[in-house]
Design a protein around this ligand. Structure first.
Ligand SMILES: *Cc1c(COP(=O)(O)O)cnc(C)c1O
Length: 379
């Protein structure tokens, strides 16, 4: 049997949460049992404690838990005063929710192209799209790597714009030592299970140092009320539940160790991929402490889709984040943006298996299989 045939015996997922659940089994099940015993499932002591622990971890005044990262973006935009007729500048190379949130508050998403190296929003293209209607910028720290916050803050200060960081993929990531999500006016995090800090269900968090924004978000998540049954705003039902808060409290103390392990997995991939022709490793910006929510490589010259399919046939799970840039999705295609770097990235990217507990021999198998597949395309 050659190596490729042997691979069919074992499948490698892009993310294996079972390792983490095994590791934390006792702690997680006892935390869940505690919630069951207290009988409080909404807005109890775990939610309160988790918010305090997250605020301490991030070094931010307010950490407000919500039911998803998407809601964090929507509530953040409302609290930042963004509404009908306003424009919000963001990247098209992101998960749909970033732009969707802007549309939800009836503002208009304005897309700018990405820096081809970091694949994050290119700050040098922001100023040219600012109009009198521009209210905010949403940089996304894609795949776990900081956007170029220094330049973004310079522009936001000059034009008096709010900065809402989309930190859904980068809990614990840093920009020049500062925690992502605490640099702009608002940080929006997601605890979707696959994120680098994930719950075992939906969840989200909004952070801010602004007391006024915090107060509005705390009201919005409970139907616009400060006091029960005394509603002052049209709000939402957007709470993190006690089970998820209890699970996140178990997981948060492990996050730094897990992010470090992700970094060493990335280092190992980088080293091995140097010897593989036709693939480029992710670029790490000097200002970023990249937490590798995804380890995303690029395969150029039209080979990506073939490699993606061939890896799948060999039992190796990879994902294309994102195959269609947001500006080309059916709901936004009519805006007719032309963003060449974004389009090119969407044709070349592929994310390889990564999780903190992934084994060296698994990484070797992924790289060897990728190498065999890629080289077969060059003969
Ligand atoms: C996951 C994600 C979101 C949305 O988070 P949910 O918790 O799934 O609502 C928003 N932006 C980005 C970049 C994401 O990756």
């Amino acid at each position: 049997m050659n190596k490729l045939e042997a691979r069919k015996l074992e499948t490698i997922p892009i993310l294996n949460l079972a390792n983490e659940i095994d590791e934390l089994w006792e702690e997680i099940t006892s935390a869940i049992q505690d919630v069951l015993r207290t009988g409080t499932f909404i807005m109890g002591k775990n939610v309160q404690a988790f918010e305090q622990e997250a605020a301490e971890y991030l070094g931010v005044k307010h950490a407000i838990s919500l039911n998803s990262g998407t809601d964090a973006l929507v509530l953040g935009l409302i609290a930042a005063g963004v509404g009908p007729g306003d424009e919000v500048i963001t990247t098209s190379f992101t998960f749909f929710a970033t732009a969707e949130a802007i549309s939800h508050v009836k503002a208009k998403p304005v897309f700018v192209d990405i820096d081809p190296l970091t694949m994050n929003i290119d700050p040098s293209q922001i100023e040219s799209v600012i109009t009198k209607n521009t209210k905010a910028i949403i940089p996304v720290h894609l795949f776990g790597q900081a956007a170029d916050m220094g330049k973004i803050l310079e522009i936001s200060a000059k034009y008096d714009l709010k900065v809402i960081e989309d930190v859904a993929q980068a809990f614990g990531g840093k920009y020049l030592g500062a925690n992502l999500g605490t640099i702009g006016d608002i940080g929006c995090y997601s605890f979707f299970p696959s994120k680098n800090l994930g719950a075992y269900g939906d969840g989200g968090l909004l952070t801010t140092n602004d007391d006024g924004i915090a107060e509005v978000v705390r009201m919005l998540r409970v139907h616009g009320s400060r006091k029960k049954y005394y509603n002052e705003l049209i709000g939402y039902n957007s709470r993190l539940d006690e089970m998820q808060a209890a699970i996140l409290r178990v997981k948060l103390p492990y996050l730094d160790e897990w992010n470090k392990k992700r970094q060493s997995v990335a280092g190992y991939y980088n080293e091995m991929l140097q010897h593989v022709h036709g693939v480029s490793s992710p670029f790490k910006a000097p200002y970023a402490d990249h937490v590798y929510h995804q380890y995303t490589v690029r395969i150029a010259e039209g080979r990506r889709d073939y490699v993606h399919q061939a890896l799948k046939e060999q039992g190796i799970g990879t994902m294309v984040y994102y195959p269609t840039p947001v500006h080309k999705l059916p709901v936004y295609a009519h805006l007719r943006y032309d963003l060449p770097q974004t389009s090119r990235a969407s044709e070349e990217v592929i994310s390889l298996p990564i999780w903190p507990q992934i084994k060296r021999d698994t990484l070797e198998t992924v790289v060897a299989t990728l190498n065999t597949i890629l080289q077969s395309t060059y003969v």
